[in-house]
Design a protein around this ligand. Structure first.
Ligand code: C2E
Ligand code: CA
Ligand code: CA
Length: 555
């Protein structure tokens, strides 16, 4: 009846001396066992009435709150509440709330006696496993994955989720006249055994789908190897009841935290990828992350070569100058990462930065940017150039890692950065991720004397009310608002509105991507704006930047 919990569980529930019911998302009761019907004085259709009966003894938290927590976390909860029993009125009961698919919940309640607690636990254990494969079922898989993610929230650990989807498994019994599809399933599971043993979680998440969580294979190149290993396992046919069956499968892979940061979405993305692959190519694998399809091999090579490139200085930084309109001079620069690959040539940061984020190398890349900034501050001082700011781009994941704060603190202290005009650029969209943690992190950074710049402003959905509360110093208006500002009246109006608002909120303004003289003519009217873009200068090497500064160009 509910496809995530076997029929057998409900049959057993009917035979037990404990109350059990299933509640739908809208809080209506869609199933009750006989015992509940008979002994609990609850025949109401809605949980609102039930809640009144289940007076929670857990302080402030109502039964409804607990139910919502169970739904969103996908983890069961056990509470003690007074339930109304038909014959004896209110009595203390243990109540288990268990998440099912489609926002349903299974609720099991029993009078508090030791034997019944044991009985109930045994039952819940049954609800966690798939009866045929004896593997964890979807619900339990999500619960365990959720726990893993929670325990690793503060570390930089990476993980991958792999869904192995067997194509049209349900038709095999008719095609091959196999009498028991259970035998086929067990044979498939058996074949996956050696691979699955090496990895953290192995479950049957749908009738024809298994899922594996890898903690040791986490980069695209490593996961690719595991996927190939699994495909190889099925090159040979499987023998079931004397029939040789060639299994057709596709493997979908999602990576944590790049593709999703919760169990449900990681699984869904891997599943979607697996079924998308099934439509185009059998016995193949794919990543949920949009690696440009034609370039998968190149991307895999790039991600393999990345660690060495960071070590051996193939990755370096250039400086995009910023011009202060009111002072009429170049007054700062943004550090932009560059990679000159010995075989592949120039690789855009738009390709290798996301890969560095996936593989954890971003921490080293960012530290290199900080070191480069500190060298630059020294060199500027040496040349007597004052009041010059440097901006370093920060990937959102970095801010949420605890280790980053320690790295930053160490850097600021050891390199005496506290009084330097150092900015961290965080893109607008990243502010919405894990809002309260982000705000705490940004406040802590500002307390260290570092300024925060909101990058790509205008590409996200920050409301005005929200914007005024953010701990930032500068708004960097995205290039898309500057483009054609001279010819497109609407662009000009929007740009003015953003500048007025930013000034009113007390933020400094940077406009990025000024490319033409005509665009510059419009932007120049805003004296309090700092500008960067190809019209002023392309990103420069250190010596080129000094040449520019020494020419003391006034534009
Ligand atoms: P971003 O932070 O928005 O950087 C601005 C990008 O626009 C740079 O591209 C820059 O070269 C380019 N640009 C500057 N002026 C103009 C202009 O007038 N017209 C046009 N069409 N483009 C202009 P780049 O260097 O390819 O960087 C792309 C993105 O890669 C950056 O966008 C940033 O998100 C990321 N990135 C670059 N370096 C780093 C880094 O060290 N760390 C992190 N986390 N991300 C980085
Ligand atoms: Ca930037
Ligand atoms: Ca930008």
């Amino acid at each position: 009846m509910y496809n995530d919990v076997g029929e057998h569980v409900f049959n057993i529930l009917h035979t037990l001396d404990i109350g059990a019911l299933v509640i739908e998302e809208d809080l209506s009761i869609s199933w009750k066992n006989k015992y509940f019907d008979k002994h609990y004085s609850t025949d109401q259709k809605s949980l609102n009435d039930l809640c009144r009966d289940f007076k929670s003894v857990e302080g402030e938290r109502s039964f409804l709150h607990i139910l919502e927590d169970v739904r969103s976390s996908k983890e069961h909860s056990i509470i003690s509440v007074d339930c109304q029993l038909s014959k004896r009125g209110a009595a203390p009961c243990d109540v288990w709330i268990y998440p099912l698919q489609e926002e349903r919940s299974l609720i099991v309640c029993q009078l508090q006696t030791p034997e019944k607690t044991a009985q109930c636990e045994a039952l819940l254990q049954m609800a966690r496993y798939d009866p045929v494969s004896e593997l964890p079922n979807r619900m339990y898989f999500l619960e365990m994955l959720g726990e893993k993610l929670l325990s690793q929230q503060h570390s930089e650990s990476l993980m991958s989720v792999m869904v192995i989807d067997f194509n049209e498994l349900d038709t095999y019994d008719t095609v091959f006249s196999i009498t028991s599809d259970e035998l086929l399933l067990l044979a498939l599971k058996e074949r996956l055994n050696d691979v699955s043993k090496k990895h953290a979680l192995f479950a049957r998440v749908a009738p024809s789908k298994f899922a594996i969580v890898c903690e040791t294979a986490v980069t695209p190149a490593e996961v690719q190897k595991v996927a190939q290993e699994i495909l190889h396992l099925f090159f040979e046919p499987i023998s079931v009841e004397g029939h040789l069956v060639y299994a057709e499968l596709s493997i979908g892979i999602s990576l944590y935290p790049t593709d999703a940061n919760n169990a449900k979405n990681l699984l869904l993305k891997a599943e979607k990828t697996a079924s998308a692959i099934q439509k185009t190519e059998l016995n193949s694998y794919g990543f949920a992350h949009k690696l440009p399809e034609k370039n998968v091999d190149k991307i895999l090579k790039i991600s393999t070569d990345l660690p060495a490139a960071v070590e051996n200085e193939e990755i370096f930084f250039v400086f995009q100058p910023q011009y202060c309109l009111d002072e009429g001079r170049f007054c700062g620069a943004e550090l932009l990462a560059r990679w000159e690959h010995p075989e592949l040539g120039f690789i855009s940061p738009e390709i290798f930065i996301p890969l560095a984020e996936q593989t954890g190398m971003i921490r080293t890349v960012t530290m290199k940017a900080f070191m480069e900034a500190s060298k630059m501050f020294k060199a500027l001082e040496g040349r007597g150039i004052k009041d010059f700011s440097l901006s370093v781009n920060i990937s959102p994941n970095m801010l949420l890692y605890n280790g980053f704060m320690e790295d930053l603190e160490f850097f600021i202290e050891s390199y005496e950065m506290a009084d330097k005009a150092l900015y961290l650029e965080v893109t607008e969209n990243d502010f919405a991720r894990n809002f309260s943690k982000m705000i705490d992190a940004l406040n802590a950074i500002r307390d260290m004397g570092i300024k925060i710049e909101m990058d790509d402003y205008g590409t996200g959905y920050t409301s005005l009310q929200y914007l005024s509360k953010l701990p930032i110093d500068t708004l960097k208006i995205d290039r898309s608002f500057v483009q054609d500002i001279d010819s497109d009246q609407q662009q000009a109006v929007l740009f003015k509105a953003i500048c007025d608002m930013a000034s009113a909120l007390g933020y400094d303004i940077v406009a990025e991507g000024v490319e033409t003289e005509a665009e510059n003519r419009v932007v120049q009217q805003y004296k309090n704006v700092r500008v960067q873009g190809y019209y002023y200068s392309k990103p420069l090497q250190v010596n080129e930047l000094f040449e520019l500064l020494e020419k003391a160009v006034v534009l």
